[in-house]
Design a binder for this molecule. Structure first.
Ligand SMILES: [Zn+2]
Length: 408
C-alpha cells in the first residue's frame, strides 16, 4: 500500500523542490545531518578499545556529544530493526519483520509505513543513502540511494547475508538515479554492496586458520571499498541528510567473537585463531569514521547508532539445535543477537552537533530505535507524524533555541 502512495507523493513533491529550495535559499540554510549505522556494534567490545586509545575518532564523538545504549526490538536483526528505525513503527506495522517475510527475502515493496528519508525528500531536503540494510530495490528520493544488505545478485541469489558486486545485482535497481551507477563504476569501482558470506562448517574443517585469515582479508577489502564510496559521495554529491551503513562488524562477531572455553560453541581450532578479529573490526571502523569526520564541520549533526549489540551464546542455547547454525544455518556461530528479549542486546547511540550537549552519558535504556527518526525530523523542524511511536530526544539538546528548530 505504501510504495504506490510514496511514488505518487514523491513525484509531486520533487516537482515542487526547486521552488522550495529557492524559498529556503533566501532564508537560512537547512541543517546538515549524517547518520552512520554500524550493524551490531557491541559496547562490551568497544569500551576496552576506547580505554586503550584505539578508537580516537569515536572518543572524539563521545567527548563532544551524547551517547549511551539504544533499546532495540525483540529478536533483533538488521532488516527488522532498520525498518523500525526509519519508520518509527513496530515490525508488525511496517511489515519487514525479518530477513524473510512469508518465505520471501524482505524488500522495500513490503514496507507499509513511510520511512524518514521519504518524509525528508518531500520537505525539499536533499537525501543521500548508501549501503543501508533493507533498502533494495532502491526507492526514489530527492538525491541518491545505493542499496545495502538484502540486495540480490550473482552468487547471492536470495540476497541474505551475502554480497553481490554492484555490476552483478539482479532483480531490481541498486542505485537511484540510474545515471549514478556508471559514474560509481567509473570513479569508485565495482564495489561489494554488502559484507561477505560466512564460511560453512564443512569448508572450515581442517582449513580453519587459512579460511579465517582469507575471510578477514576480504572483509577489509569490502570496508576499504565502502570507505572510498562514502568519501566519494560526501565529496562529490553532498546532501543535507546522508545515511550510510556498515555491516561487516556484526558478521565477524557471529563466528569470531573472542570467547573462552566455558562459552557455548567454543571450538579452539576456530576460536583460538584470531581472538583479535572482532575487536579489530571496530579499530577498522574507527578509521572509516575518521574519513567521514572530515566532512563534519561544526554545523553538521552526526548520529552514529547500532541496531543491536551481539553477545556470546547462553548456556540454554545449547539445547536449541539451531543455536550453532545461525545465519544460513551452516556457519558455526558462537554469538548472536536475535534473543527473544531485545534488552539482552541493546544497540548504541552517539550524537554530536550544534546544540547537542557535550560529554552526556545517557543512562539506562531510555533511548530507543524508535526515537531516531522523530529526532532527525525535529532537527529539520518537521513535525512528527502520528504513526511514529518514538519521541524527540530533547534531553540531548542544550535547549531548543534557534540552533535547533523547535516545532513539536
Ligand atoms: Zn547478525
Amino acid at each position: 500500500m505504501f510504495p504506490r502512495k510514496l511514488s505518487l507523493l514523491l513525484s509531486v513533491s520533487l516537482l515542487a523542490v526547486p521552488v522550495l529550495a529557492q524559498q529556503q535559499n533566501t532564508s537560512k540554510p537547512k541543517p546538515k545531518v549524517i547518520v552512520l549505522g554500524v550493524n551490531g556494534m557491541e559496547l562490551d567490545i568497544i569500551r576496552p578499545l576506547l580505554l586503550k586509545g584505539q578508537m580516537p575518532n569515536l572518543s572524539r564523538v563521545i567527548e563532544n556529544g551524547a551517547y549511551g545504549k539504544l533499546r532495540t526490538v525483540s529478536a533483533p536483526n538488521c532488516p527488522r530493526v532498520y525498518s523500525t528505525l526509519f519508520t518509527s513503527t513496530n515490525p508488525e506495522e511496517h511489515g519487514v519483520s525479518g530477513f524473510l517475510v512469508g518465505g520471501i527475502t524482505a524488500n522495500t515493496n513490503m514496507l507499509k509505513e513511510e520511512p524518514v528519508w521519504s518524509m525528508l525528500s518531500k520537505s525539499g531536503i536533499t537525501v543521500g543513502m548508501a549501503n543501508v540494510p533493507a533498502t533494495f530495490p532502491v526507492m526514489p528520493v530527492n538525491g541518491y540511494m545505493i542499496s545495502g544488505m538484502l540486495t540480490r545478485g550473482k552468487n547471492c541469489e536470495d540476497g541474505v547475508l551475502c554480497a553481490p558486486k554492484l555490476s552483478e545485482v539482479t532483480g531490481g535497481d541498486a542505485v537511484y538515479p540510474k545515471s549514478l551507477q556508471p559514474e560509481l563504476l567509473k570513479n569508485v569501482g565495482d564495489f561489494y554492496i554488502d559484507c561477505e558470506r560466512m564460511p560453512a562448517a564443512g569448508d572450515l574443517k581442517g582449513h580453519e586458520t587459512e579460511l579465517i585469515n582469507t575471510w578477514l582479508d576480504k572483509v577489509q577489502v569490502i570496508r576499504d571499498q565502502q570507505t572510498k564510496l562514502f568519501d566519494y559521495l560526501l565529496t562529490t554529491h553532498p546532501t543535507e541528510f546522508t545515511f550510510l551503513a556498515q555491516s561487516c562488524e556484526d558478521r565477524t562477531g557471529h563466528w569470531l567473537y573472542p570467547i573462552t572455553p566455558f562459552n557455548v560453541g567454543y571450538n579452539p581450532s576456530i576460536n583460538n585463531v584470531r581472538q583479535d578479529a572482532f575487536p579489530n573490526q571496530y579499530v577498522a571502523f574507527d578509521k572509516v569514521l575518521g574519513s567521514i569526520l572530515k566532512h563534519v564541520d561544526e554545523n553538521t549533526y552526526l548520529i552514529i547508532f547500532s541496531d543491536h549489540g551481539i553477545k556470546p551464546l547462553r548456556e540454554f542455547e545449547e539445547k536449541d539445535p539451531h543455536a550453532h547454525l545461525d545465519h544460513e544455518k551452516t556457519t558455526p556461530v558462537i554469538a548472536k543477537h536475535d534473543f527473544a528479549d531485545g534488552d539482552d542486546v541493546p544497540g548504541s547511540f552517539f550524537a554530536m552537533g550544534p546544540g547537542i550537549k557535550h560529554d552526556l552519558r545517557l543512562m539506562g535504556l531510555g533511548v530507543s530505535v524508535y526515537d531516531v527518526a522523530p529526532t532527525v525530523l525535529h532537527i529539520y523542524g518537521i513535525e512528527q507524524p502520528k504513526q511514529m511511536r518514538g519521541r524527540v530526544l530533547t534531553e540531548i539538546f542544550e535547549k531548543t533555541d534557534n540552533k535547533v528548530v523547535a516545532k513539536q
